[in-house]
Design a protein around this ligand. Structure first.
Ligand SMILES: *[C@@H]1O[C@H](CO)[C@@H](O)[C@H](O)[C@H]1NC(C)=O
Ligand SMILES: *[C@@H]1O[C@H](CO)[C@@H](O)[C@H](O)[C@H]1NC(C)=O
Ligand SMILES: *[C@@H]1O[C@H](CO)[C@@H](O)[C@H](O)[C@H]1NC(C)=O
Ligand SMILES: *[C@@H]1O[C@H](CO)[C@@H](O)[C@H](O)[C@H]1NC(C)=O
Length: 467
């Protein structure tokens, strides 16, 4: 909860090992002049860093840091956790990971999906051989504030206001860890990051004159990018038209089709005019489409499973994470206030996004812009047992981007370097769509080995997954 009293107390809290950034840009001749603005525009911002040796999440020789990016004027404190590559941090790419929600911590990605360790029921780390930091350094950022260990400030009201904060964080990160500047920098995320990432790219474009880094590529897993199309994938996902058995009877399926037609009218209007009511109403109708599916009590992130756990995500395996991150010794090592209670997802953060109808607004136009104008490679991957961001919807999103010759390309098998048939791939030049077999919304959780194959090939520039 965004408790006002608690937050004002926390704002005066000082980190155990504060690292105040000297503003080096103006004196450092290697920095482009334009970057001076970036920093001098925000003279009250700081980035704190704790070096972490204990906890046992990663081998001690691997660099590990956590801290806060603080936007001084608004007392906005964004928490990040950074793991250097297990292979060669000097040359391996750098990845910024963003979990969605809005309001779900990137620690979910870290501990449940793709970080160096997961947490078992005894709250002990379990080493992950397929961590995404096998061949890349990975930053996990809790955003917007109110999410995970991030706190304070003015809550983000929309994707647009949020992404304005993220890019300044990235600037500070490179200033604090300048050795990573020369490495390729990718932005990856999941679910609501289908909104965050395209908007962030647009934000970078708008602010190009102050940006001192380049985005090599973006990766979006089961993202909500183009809701007008993607909400239309609920019915086929539940009604046996997407490679999985039919879960609902004909009348329920027809109900979903009919509801979607009504939804479409409002969401189209939302797309065209941006008018608040139509976006908010589209959101309501979008939820109603799912009523028959919800009655099944299946896990909407993985239709093969029942929703067993009493949490926002239906998974028992994720329940230890909140407990682990609330351990006093963990908080103290990563430099987090003992007063701050960690919750994997904070519904309060999502509320302003709901009020703005942010969810049902389009983001695909910014991916198109990134592809066509900036030539930025885009990977859209989708676990094919996810109901919420169904793979056939995402394939249609890619097709309808009308990116050069993409739509005409054949779908091919994705065979991992270990020889496993792991999914299907469609690619043209810089745009790649991947259907991941036997995976739900959280692909690296279900397919750790295959997701690492996908990541490593992608960051090595194998956009066709055929090499
Ligand atoms: C990936 O990292 C592993 C060790 O973590 C190393 O053996 C392998 O050569 C690396 N691959 C690439 C392509 O860098
Ligand atoms: C991880 O890799 C190590 C070394 O190859 C191996 O001993 C261990 O069994 C692996 N763990 C899992 C869970 O696969
Ligand atoms: C379809 O299933 C619903 C339960 O979700 C049930 O109420 C309804 O009667 C069924 N309709 C038909 C035609 O079987
Ligand atoms: C699930 O959680 C809610 C809210 O925390 C609680 O009211 C409810 O009793 C819980 N149900 C079960 C079965 O644990």
């Amino acid at each position: 909860m965004l408790n006002i009293l608690l937050l004002s107390l926390l704002c005066s809290f000082t980190l155990a090992f504060p690292f105040q950034l000297p503003f080096k840009f103006s004196s450092d001749e290697q920095q482009p002049k334009s970057s001076i603005h970036t920093i001098s525009e925000y003279p009250t911002h700081t980035l704190s860093t704790n070096s972490i040796q204990s906890l046992g999440l990663e081998k001690p020789e691997i660099g590990q840091y956590a801290g806060y990016f603080k936007c001084g004027l608004t007392e906005n404190n964004m928490f990040y956790w950074f793991f250097e590559s297990r292979n060669n941090p000097d040359t391996d790419p750098l990845i910024l990971w963003l979990t969605g929600g809005p309001g779900c911590s990137s620690s979910y990605g870290l501990f449940f999906e793709l970080g160096p360790s997961s947490i078992d029921v005894n709250l002990k780390p379990v080493y992950n051989n397929f961590s995404w930091n096998s061949n890349a350094s990975v930053i996990f950022l809790d955003q917007p504030t109110g999410t995970g260990f991030s706190y304070g400030g003015i809550p983000a009201l929309s994707t647009d206001t949020l992404t304005q904060q993220i890019y300044v964080f990235i600037e500070f990160f490179f200033d604090r860890f300048p050795n990573f500047r020369k490495n390729k920098f990718h932005i990856a995320g999941e679910s609501y990051a289908g909104h965050y990432i395209p908007n962030l790219l647009h934000q970078l474009k708008k602010n190009w004159h102050t940006i001192t880094f380049k985005v090599e590529s973006v990766l979006i897993g089961n993202g909500i990018i183009d809701p007008l199309i993607q909400i239309g994938a609920y019915e086929p996902m539940a009604c046996g038209k997407a490679g999985y058995k039919k879960l609902l009877n004909d009348s329920d399926c027809q109900y979903m089709i009919d509801k979607y037609e009504v939804f479409k009218k409002y969401d189209k209007f939302c797309y065209i005019t941006g008018e608040l009511y139509s976006c908010v109403h589209a959101r309501k109708l979008g939820k109603e489409i799912s009523e028959p599916f919800n009655k099944l009590n299946l896990n909407p992130y993985d239709i093969r499973k029942k929703c067993i756990a009493n949490t926002s995500d239906c998974y028992l395996e994720s329940q230890a994470i909140d407990k682990y991150l609330n351990l006093p010794e963990v908080k103290s090592v990563i430099g987090v206030s003992q007063n701050l209670e960690f919750k994997m997802c904070n519904d309060e953060v999502a509320k302003p996004f709901e009020w703005y109808g942010d969810n049902m607004r389009p983001s695909q136009q910014y991916l198109k812009e990134a592809l066509e104008v900036d030539n930025t490679p885009v990977l859209i991957y989708s676990g094919d047992k996810d109901y919420l961001c169904g793979w056939i919807g995402l394939l249609e999103v890619c097709d309808k981007l009308k990116y050069e010759g993409f739509v005409k390309q054949p779908i091919q098998n994705w065979i991992t370097l270990d020889g496993e048939l792991a999914g299907q791939v469609k690619n043209y030049k810089k745009l790649t769509f991947v259907r991941v077999f036997k995976a739900g919304h959280m692909v690296p959780f279900d397919q750790p080995r295959n997701s690492l194959d996908l990541l490593n090939r992608w960051i090595n520039g194998d956009y066709t997954l055929s090499n």
